[in-house]
Structure formats: C-alpha cells, structure tokens
Design a binder for this molecule. Structure first.
Ligand code: N01
Length: 543
C-alpha cells in the first residue's frame, strides 16, 4: 500500500509530538505510506513550545517515555526524577534520530483544513500555503494543550514592555535581569516559572485569580544503581503502568476512607506522602475524589502547610485554595510557597480586585496600577477541543466537527478515538479518552497501537472505510459523563471542564474509569471485529 504520488498517502498525521512520532513509526513499520505535518520547526510538540523557565514534567521520568522499543529503553538514560523540558526534548530528538523519523515529517507546515471526500473516500488535507494532499486515513496527534489562551484584556496592544505566553516561549529565552515582571496565572505553568523568574527579576508581581494546590515534587538526580534496576525491570514497569488507574506507578496507598482515620492518623498518612514527593497525595485514601468531606481533609492538610511555609499570614491566606482538591489539576512545586517570602515578590489577588486593563506602563486592577517591563501570561490553553478546532475538520455532508459537537449540545466521541460522520479519522488521546488525567505517554502508546492494529485489520480484510456508529458514540459519551459525575473531578472550573475559556460550553471530557479499564474496553471492541463501528468494503457495509 505505497503512495503512488508524493501528495497522496495512506495516512496523514498532524503533530510531531509524542503521539505523531510513534504513529509514524507504527504505520511505517507496517508498510503504509505516511506523512506527518508539524507547524513547529522540529519534533517535540508541547515540549518544543513550552520553554518557559522551570518547565518540567510532573511524571517520573522513567515512565515518561515510550516503551515500545526495548532498545530505546536501554539506550536512553534519564538524569533526574522529574525531567526538565530540555531533557524531554532531547529524548524526543533521540527517538526521531534513532528511528530516522524526520524523513517523513514536514515541519513548519500548518494544516488548515481536513475535509472528507465521500466520492473518493479520501481525506483532502490543505496546508497554510495552499498545498492540497490526500490520504485514506486522517489521524490527529495534535495533543490536548496547544491552543494558547491569551485572555482578551483591554489595552494589551498599548503595553510598552514585552509580553510572552508560557506555551509559546521564545527559543532564545527571556532576560529578566533588572526587570519588573508580572506573571498572570497560577496553574502548573505559573507555579513552575514563578520561583525561577523571582530569582532573576528585579521585582516579580504575581497576579493570582485562583490559587493552586501545590505539593512538593522533591526532584533529585538518579543514582546509577536506580537506573540499572529500572532498566532491568522495564517489562514489569510497562505492565504495571498499562493496567493502572492513571498510567503512573503509584498505587492507592490506603484502601479506606479518609474519614475512617482520626485527624492524627490522617496527618501522619498525608505527611508520609508529602515527604515522598510526586503525585501520590490524591491516592492517600480511596475516597478523596469521591466524597467532599474526605476531600476537605487533604485540602486542610495542604492549607496548613502553606501557613507553615509562608511567613506573612496575609499572603499565606491569599495562597490558600478552598475549592475541591483535584477538581483543578494539582501541581508539583519546587520552592513555590517559599518564593512568597522573598523581598522582591508580591502577590496580587485579582479575584478580589480584577484586572481592568493593560496600560502602556503595566497592569491596572480595580485597586491599583502595577508598573511592569515584562508580562508573562501563564494563562493556560483552550484544552482538548481547542487544538482540533484550530483545523477546519469536515466529515460527511461537509459537517464540521465543531458544528457536530455544537449541534448535539455536547462533545461526543466513540472511545475518544473516533467520531460518527468522520470515516477513517482517528484521534490520539481525543476528548472522552483518559488522556488528561493520566501519564500521557502510556495513554498515547495505547491509542497509537490500537489505531495501528485497526488500520492493519482494515487492510487485511479489504475494508475501505470505518466509521463510529451514532448509537455507540452516544452510549460511550453518556457513560463517560455518568462516571465523571460520580467523582469530584468534574466539579471544578478549569480547562478540564472548559470553564477557563470565555463562552466555551462546559463539559467534562475525560474518561475517569482508569487506564487499565479503558484498555480492556478498547481491546474488547477490537476483538469483536470493531464493535460499534460500521466497516464498509466497496460492495457492502457491516455494522
Ligand atoms: O494553565 P492553567 P497552565 N486573569 O489553565 C489564570 C499541563 N502542564 O498552563 O484558575 C487572571 O492550569 C487561571 O486562573 P483561574 C497541565 O496539565 C503540565 O498552568 O481560571 N488569571 C489559572 O490560574 C496543566 O493543568 C505541566 O481562576 C487568569 C492560570 O491562569 C495544563 O498544562 C506544566 C486569566 C491558568 O492555569 C495547563 O497549565 C505545565 C485572567 N484573565 C502545564 N485567565 C507539567 O507536567 C486565566 N488565568 C508540570
């Protein structure tokens, strides 16, 4: 199944991050012609773009990688527990070089539209510079978080200083020395960058609307013996993460309610996990994301740590979150709360006194004007649907994905992989898959392998098109919403629910049933001859 012309492929993939790179390798190995399009100048996806100071990953590095190649696992060595952006980018470059992936990737090329041609049963893909390509399969590897959200604040154009968004950081870096810097936003990106910017800037003003729940990362270099043991045990590590709840190695710590323990016992349990560092705080008890009263106990523990760390009690109060822990993504930090003890750092509560405008000199809130040389927008992304909506994707009868989801009143997909009305289109970690609540390389590998196996099955069985059935899609979407509604994940205002984007319809678009259960479901669908999909040959359609 090789392409006959250089603009016609078996598959076109958008994005050369973790998803696109592995999709390329998987399909190329199976003998398909494939072309990856990437708007950036090189591989890396979010790790190419998010170069802000302090950018690193919240997953332990030994599980933040591909596991499909034993050779790559053995050859690559991570230096520390939580990998920095530059190291992850080096890793992805190493993989791209090792597998000679770049020869099938076109960089600096943004795809503007992907339209399904029902007559020829092909996807017509258009690039920003007007080139038109076609492919039997169209695969989105655009990720969840690449549509940067710069809030529409009056007067930004008038600002005389420089401004940057953390998700589109200049490659040459930003010199904060001697500068008055303002950071807007205290999610993961803000919380990672604030301690580093504070060390360099003359003065840093943090504009906080909602405080985050931060727990210590406790990053440290790996010792050679740990690396040796890890490399010897990768098959077990792979097995564990693939069948886990979240794609991490952490397991539930106490299989009981937080409310079964006395306050003293709870304090001891939380303290143990706090000292260990990493993402396991939410796993201390089995009902922290199910029962608001249990959830309150972890919130209270973290608030008490803020009081212990931050010297000025008024600042400490402002830094204390009161919403449900985990209903916005919790953040691993390094010296975040300590940073507010520095003389050159001040905290402005813009929930109490909102930002009114950006002036030529800085930021004006309802209370005061703050003079600044640099503004950093750590204001996040239009998550999950945002990256897909940047492309005009149209399926049967010219209906766009955006229209489809708007007309139905909510986003709906089949397994987060496919869409009714969009034959031969696949999404890697699309809405309604476990994606955002998981260690993403684990979720990405599972999707890529499932999609690769599916496309091979279609070739072997002479199938022309595969399309999710409306009923299967409705049932999956309903199931996702029902199980999410039983948890506290869906109760917050964040990019998880779309609440961070003005005018975006609210919807919780993550399957919370866990990585292991999800894998089982996807495998069952495949084992039943792609149950819930319609498969058509040139002669007939089978549902
Ligand atoms: O974005 P966010 P992020 N005025 O949406 C505030 C992943 N990630 O880039 O909460 C004032 O979390 C907003 O306030 P509020 C990770 O999955 C991972 O930090 O809307 N403030 C919030 O404080 C993460 O969850 C890693 O009230 C405004 C902040 O901006 C996701 O990316 C590292 C505002 C945005 O926080 C996004 O993280 C980095 C306004 N008009 C990112 N608009 C790691 O693995 C927004 N805000 C470590």
């Amino acid at each position: 199944m090789k392409s006959t012309q250089n603009n016609n492929f078996d598959a076109i993939v958008i994005g050369a991050g973790f998803s696109g790179l592995y999709m390329l390798q998987r399909l190329r190995e199976a003998g398909f012609s494939i072309r990856v399009f990437e708007a950036n100048g090189d591989v890396g996806g979010v790790w190419y773009a998010n170069r802000y100071p302090g950018a690193k990953c919240d997953s332990d590095s030994i599980i933040y990688n591909y596991t499909f190649s034993e050779e790559i696992l053995q050859e690559w060595t991570w230096t520390s527990r939580f990998p920095e952006q530059a190291e992850i980018l080096s890793y992805l470059n190493f993989v791209a070089d090792k597998l000679d992936l770049r020869r099938d990737i076109q960089f600096n090329t943004r795809i503007t539209s992907a339209h399904y041609d029902e007559v020829n049963k092909k996807w017509k893909i258009q690039t920003e510079d007007g080139a038109i390509l076609s492919a039997k399969y169209f695969i989105s590897g655009v990720g969840l978080l690449n549509a940067a959200n710069v809030p529409n604040i009056k007067g930004l154009d008038s600002f005389k200083g420089d401004w940057y968004h953390t998700g589109k950081w200049p490659h040459e870096g930003v010199d904060f020395k001697g500068k008055r810097v303002g950071v807007i936003g205290t999610g993961s990106s803000g919380i990672q960058s604030i301690p580093i910017i504070a060390q360099e800037a003359d003065h840093l003003t943090v504009f906080q609307r909602t405080p985050g729940y931060c727990t210590p990362a406790r990053n440290h270099p790996y010792d050679p013996e740990f690396i040796r043991q890890t490399k010897a045990n990768y098959s077990e590590i792979r097995n564990q993460t693939r069948h886990s709840l979240t794609g991490y190695l952490d397991q539930l710590i106490n299989n009981r309610s937080a409310l079964d323990d006395t306050p003293e016992e709870r304090e001891r349990e939380y303290q143990k996990v706090w000292e260990r560092g990493g993402f396991a705080m939410g796993l201390t008890y089995n009902d922290l994301m199910l029962n608001p009263a249990a959830n309150e106990t972890i919130g209270e523990f973290i608030r008490s740590k803020i009081s212990e760390t931050v010297k000025d009690p008024e600042v400490a109060e402002k830094l204390k979150p009161t919403y449900l822990y985990g209903s916005k993504r919790p953040v691993l930090d390094t010296n975040y709360y300590e940073t507010f003890n520095r003389e050159n750092v001040s905290l402005v509560d813009v929930k109490r006194a909102p930002i009114v405008e950006i002036t030529p000199k800085g930021i004006r809130t309802e209370e005061a004007e703050y003079e600044l040389d640099i503004i950093v927008f750590a204001t996040g992304f239009d998550g999950m649907t945002g990256p897909l909506f940047k492309i005009d994707i149209r399926g049967k009868e010219g209906v766009s994905l955006k229209e489809k989801w708007a007309n139905g009143g909510h986003v709906r997909t089949y397994l987060g992989i496919a869409n009714a009305g969009f034959p031969n289109m696949f999404m890697v970690t699309g809405p309604e898959s476990p994606s955002a609540l998981t260690n993403l390389p684990v979720s990405i590998e599972q999707h890529v392998e499932w999609i690769g196996d599916c496309i091979e099955y279609l070739r072997e069985n002479g199938v022309e098109t595969i399309e999710a059935n409306v009923e299967a899609e409705e049932a999956w979407s309903k199931h996702c919403r029902e199980i999410a509604d039983k948890t506290l994940y869906s109760k917050g205002d964040s990019w998880y629910t779309g609440a961070n984007i003005e005018g975006k319809p609210r919807g919780f678009l993550i399957y919370v049933g866990g990585v292991g259960n999800y894998r089982k479901k996807c495998d069952e669908v495949a084992a039943k001859g792609y149950e819930g999909f319609s498969l058509s040959t040139n002669r007939e359609t089978v549902s």
